[in-house]
Design a protein around this ligand. Structure first.
Ligand SMILES: Cc1ncc(COP(=O)(O)O)c(C=O)c1O
Length: 368
């Protein structure tokens, strides 16, 4: 990860900390590698934009060959639709209350919109909100593969698809999220096996009601490597675009692939074996644990042992030199997604730290 300190050293006079720095060429390699992997296995990539919330990065993913994007809420989908993205999968069990039904209908008029469903009540409510044009909305049945989050039992996928079809919606397939693949080193492979079994059951269930799925959609960065066999037709990785410490620990990426870090300044050093950085939960989110820490510093063993809102406590192990007050260090987050929520723009540079652009985090703040 020493490449990150070099990038930062080249930039340091031109930025204020804390700041999220994107190394564009490393990010582009991540995008291209994922695309090449999918192409090799004859599956589509539909990246989850929650990781970056940035139109420019979404455009690069589509330019590299992504079939469309995955969004996590209606607001995110609206921001990207407004920017010209016309193939959006809202991979979430949407409940169309408040103005959401109307907003989904409007989105479905201008894009090819797919939304997740996992229960009959939501199917009915979505159909109601589509008025006399339910066939504009494609639905994808979410099934649970062991993450125990949302998703119906896989064997019920057919019943839900039939309920959607009865109301005039267009059931196009199934999806699942193997969220339990992120817990430890070999959890990814096991979760991918669960994912495969659940999707295969769901596809058989669809067949029983006469539906041949157009899409069988799988997650997620830690399981991608094992998510290539039939019936999977598409993958929805998010974090791969930047990578982070969690994915590095899981073996889903390596340190050289980390494309986003937070530049932080050492602001105080009175306590022995510790320095204080100007990054706290307001920059990083509270991602981590006492054992693992709350983020690392590229090229050092030291980890953030505690976070306040604006203060990061960097515990410097015996034998490691303390960075001096005023020095600027690259903090690598445990989980990269919450970082972009905290900044108006990403500072984008290259591996030499020469170029400097600012890209807005367009969907920041669109939480519903
Ligand atoms: C439904 C869904 N699909 C895909 C993803 C992408 O997962 P990752 O960011 O681990 O690649 C997520 C992550 O939260 C998700 O919730």
């Amino acid at each position: 990860m020493n490449h990150l300190q070099r990038v930062l050293d080249a930039l340091v006079e031109r930025i204020d900390t804390p700041a999220p720095i994107v190394v564009a060429d490393v990010m582009q390699q991540n995008i291209d590698r994922m695309q090449a992997f999918a192409t090799e296995h004859d599956i589509h990539v539909r990246p989850h934009v929650k990781t970056h919330k940035c139109v420019e990065i979404g455009r690069r993913q589509v330019k590299a060959g992504a079939v469309g994007i995955t969004a996590g809420n209606v607001g995110e989908a609206e921001v990207f639709a407004k920017a010209g993205f016309d193939d959006i999968f809202l991979a979430y069990p949407i409940w169309p209350a408040g103005t959401k039904g109307k907003r989904i209908r409007e989105l479905a008029e201008t894009t090819r919109l797919r939304v997740g469903v996992d229960n009959v009540a939501a199917i009915e409510a979505l159909a109601d909100s589509m008025g006399d044009e339910p066939d504009r909305l494609q639905v994808v049945v979410e099934v649970d593969c062991g993450a125990r989050r949302s998703g119906a039992p896989p064997a019920l996928a057919g019943d839900l698809a039939r309920a959607a079809r009865k109301r005039g919606l267009v059931p196009v397939g199934v999806f699942t999220y193997p969220g339990h693949g992120g817990s430890s080193g070999d959890a990814g492979e096991r979760a991918a096996q669960d994912q495969h079994a659940a999707l295969a059951t769901a596809v058989r269930s669809l067949a029983e009601v006469g539906i041949a799925p157009e899409v069988v959609s799988a997650g997620s960065t830690p399981t991608i490597e094992f998510s290539t066999s039939s019936p999977i037709t598409e993958i929805r990785p998010g974090e791969y675009v930047f990578c982070d410490l969690n994915n590095t620990r899981l073996g889903a990426c390596n340190e050289d692939q980390i494309a986003l870090f937070v530049a932080a300044t050492v602001v105080s050093d009175w306590v022995p074996d510790q320095v204080i950085l100007d990054v706290g939960t307001k920059a990083l989110g509270r991602e981590g644990s006492l054992e693992r820490g709350y983020g690392g510093v590229a090229g050092r063993k030291a980890v953030l042992s505690k976070l306040n809102e604006y203060h990061g406590f960097l515990a410097v192990p015996a034998g490691e030199s303390r960075p001096s007050v005023g020095s600027v260090v690259p903090v690598v987050p445990n989980h990269v997604c919450p970082v972009v929520l905290n900044f108006e723009e990403l500072i984008v540079t290259d591996s030499a730290g020469t170029s400097l652009e600012r890209w807005p985090v367009d969907a920041r703040g669109f939480m519903s």
